[in-house]
Design a binder for this molecule. Sequence first.
Ligand code: PCA
Length: 126
Amino acid sequence: MPRIFVYGTLMRGGERHHALHGQRFVGEALTEPLYRIVDCGTYPGLLDLPAGGTFVEGELYDVDAPCLALLDGVERVDEGLYARRPVRLQPPFDRDAVAAYYYLPATAGLPDCGSSWRRWSAAKRT
Ligand code: PCA
């Protein structure tokens, strides 16, 4: 079963969490400090930043094939909005093959969310 790291609207309490209905929640997870998340408006975008990124907080799920296809649709993979690619997590998940949705469009000028979309978006609402 593919294992997916979600860091934005797919997390519990997020607007698109329903797309993970019935899938197995594995646990909360942190990436290695190789990434950045930016605020794309109403959702975050994950970027690769090998030379000085931060860790990102998220959740892990084991998903079945129909769910994976649904997630690719929700994240508009075929339109080039996100790409599902391997992501590196901290222990105890560092040996697992895990994928995440990376944001593909240009991100110049988009605010940096730090390590947590949940905290960032909560602060925006207040
Ligand atoms: N949904 C996906 C990628 C960004 C977003 O808002 C996720 O939660 O991981």
